[in-house]
Design a protein around this ligand. Structure first.
Ligand code: PLP
Length: 411
C-alpha cells in the first residue's frame, strides 16, 4: 500500500528527473548520502578530461592553463550560494578537521581576553577533538573547551566564550539547531560562532550571511557528492578576514607564493586560509558534482527532503516492529535535518541485515541506525520499500544471524 502511494508521489515530484544525473547501483536502496554521496555522472566525464588531458598531456602547464592553482577559490565560489554566502568568503580546501583548527585559532585571536570554546557534548567528535588539541597546545590560561548538552548551549554562553562551535544538524539525532537564533545569542555576549554544516550543505538552504555567522565549515563528500575524501570548505565573514591570520601559514596562503620570500605575508581575504597544494583531481570531482545545484533551488530540495523524511516516518509507524525502536529525530520538521535516526539495542546487527537486503544505511555507536535521504536522488519509493524491508527483517528476526554481528572498521 505504502509502495503504491510512494510511486504516486514520485510521479508528481518535480525533482525526480534529477536522479538520472547519478550512478545508482541496481537492486540497491541507497540511504547513506549523509555519509558518502553517490557518484554524479558528470564527475566521470570531468575526471577523464582532468586525468587524460590536463594531467596526462598538458602536465605542469595546467596549473596556469587549466586554472588548477585557482581551484580552492573557484570551487569555493561555487559552494558559496549553497551556504548563503556572498562572493569572496568561501574557500574549498583541506578537511573539516583542519579547517576547524584554523578557524578556532582565528576566533581565539579575535577574542584575546576570552578562553572558552563552547561545543555540544554529543556533536561529531572531530570538532571537539580538534578544539581540545588546540587547547592543549595553547595551555589552560589561553584556551579551555567546555562541552554541554544541546539544550544547555544558550545558558552556557557567557563573557568568557570566545567561539561557539556547533553543527547545524547533529550527526546522530538529525536535530537541527536554529543557526540564526544561536548566532544572535552568541553575539549578544560577544562570542563568535563557527558552524559545521556537514549535514546541511546540499540538503537545505544554509544562510551564513543572513544569520550573521562568523565562521563555517562543511565537507564535500556528503550531500555535495564530491566523492570519498572530497575536499572540505570554510567560510570566513568578510568583516573578519583581514583582522588576524591563521596559524597554518603555508605557502599557498601567502600574498605572493611564487616570490618564495623568507617571511610569511598572508594573502588578502579568505585566500589566507589556504595552506598547501590543493588535491586537483579531488577538486575537479567536487567541482563537477556541484554543477547540479545550478539546476535546482535549495528551497525545493529542503521541501523534498522533509517530505521524504516525514513519509519515511509514516511508513515506519505502519510497521508492527515500530514500537521496538526509539526515534531520535525530532518530529517537528523545522528541527530536522535530512536523516532519520532510530535506536535499538540490536542496532548494529539490524543495520547489517538491512545492508545485506540491499538497503544501505549506517550505524553509529552505541545503538543508532541512520537513514539518510538525499533529495537530489532518493525517491518516496526508497522510503516505503526500506521501511517494509526493515519490517520483514524484524518479523523474521533475521538480524540474529551470526554474520550480522561481525564489526568492521567503518560502521
Ligand atoms: C558534522 C561532521 N563534522 C566533521 C566530519 C568529518 O570531518 P573531516 O572532513 O575532517 O573528516 C563529519 C563526518 O562525518 C561530520 O559529520
Amino acid at each position: 500500500m505504502n509502495v503504491s502511494k510512494a510511486q504516486e508521489r514520485d510521479r508528481y515530484d518535480s525533482l525526480a528527473p534529477l536522479r538520472d544525473h547519478f550512478c545508482l547501483p541496481d537492486n540497491t536502496i541507497y540511504l547513506d548520502g549523509n555519509s558518502l554521496g553517490v557518484l554524479p555522472k558528470a564527475v566521470l566525464d570531468r575526471l577523464q578530461i582532468t586525468v587524460a588531458t590536463e594531467w596526462g598531456t598538458d602536465l605542469i602547464s595546467s596549473w596556469n592553463n587549466h586554472g588548477w592553482i585557482g581551484l580552492p577559490q573557484s570551487v569555493g565560489e561555487k559552494i558559496a550560494p549553497i551556504v548563503g554566502a556572498a562572493p569572496g568568503q568561501v574557500l574549498c580546501c583541506d578537511s573539516i578537521s583542519i579547517n576547524v583548527f584554523k578557524l578556532l585559532a582565528t576566533g581565539l585571536a579575535l577574542r584575546p581576553k576570552r578562553t572558552t570554546i563552547l561545543v555540544e557534548a554529543q556533536d561529531f567528535p572531530t570538532d571537539r577533538y580538534i578544539a581540545e588539541g588546540l587547547a592543549q597546545l595553547l595551555g589552560p590560561d589561553r584556551c579551555v573547551v567546555k562541552a554541554v548538552a544541546g539544550d544547555e548551549l544558550e545558558q552556557a554562553l557567557n563573557s568568557d566564550v570566545a567561539v561557539l562551535l556547533l553543527s547545524e544538524v547533529n550527526y546522530r539525532t538529525g536535530y537541527r539547531h536554529d543557526m540564526a537564533a544561536l548566532t544572535r545569542s552568541a553575539h549578544a555576549v560577544g562570542a563568535l560562532t563557527c558552524w559545521d554544516v556537514a549535514h546541511s550543505a546540499g540538503a537545505m538552504p544554509v544562510a551564513f550571511d543572513q544569520a550573521d555567522v562568523d565562521f563555517g565549515v562543511g565537507c564535500g563528500y556528503k550531500f555535495l557528492n564530491g566523492g570519498p575524501g572530497a575536499p572540505a570548505f570554510l567560510y570566513v565573514a568578510k568583516r573578519l578576514q583581514n583582522q588576524v591570520s591563521q596559524p597554518l601559514s603555508g605557502w599557498l596562503g601567502h600574498r605572493q607564493p611564487f616570490d618564495f620570500t623568507p617571511s610569511y605575508q598572508p594573502a588578502d581575504g579568505v585566500l589566507r586560509y589556504q595552506a598547501g597544494t590543493p588535491s586537483v583531481i579531488a577538486m575537479r570531482a567536487l567541482e563537477a558534482a556541484l554543477d547540479i545545484f545550478d539546476k535546482v533551488s535549495l528551497a525545493a530540495l529542503r521541501e523534498k527532503s522533509l517530505a521524504l523524511t516525514s513519509f519515511f516516518l509514516e511508513c515506519l509507524a505502519d510497521q508492527t516492529c515500530f514500537e521496538s525502536f526509539g526515534v531520535l529525530t525530532p518530529s517537528d520538521p523545522a528541527c530536522r535535518g535530512s536523516h532519520i535516526a532510530i535506536t535499538h539495542e540490536q542496532g548494529f546487527a539490524i543495520a547489517q541485515a538491512l545492508i545485506a537486503a540491499g538497503v544501505i544505511v549506517d550505524f553509529r555507536a552505541p545503538n543508532i541506525i541512520r537513514f539518510g535521504f538525499a533529495p537530489l536522488y532518493n525517491t518516496f519509493e526508497d522510503a516505503a520499500r526500506s521501511a517494509a524491508i526493515l519490517g520483514a527483517i524484524m518479523a523474521e528476526t533475521r538480524y540474529l544471524e551470526p554474520c550480522f554481528q561481525r564489526r568492521q572498521k567503518v560502521t
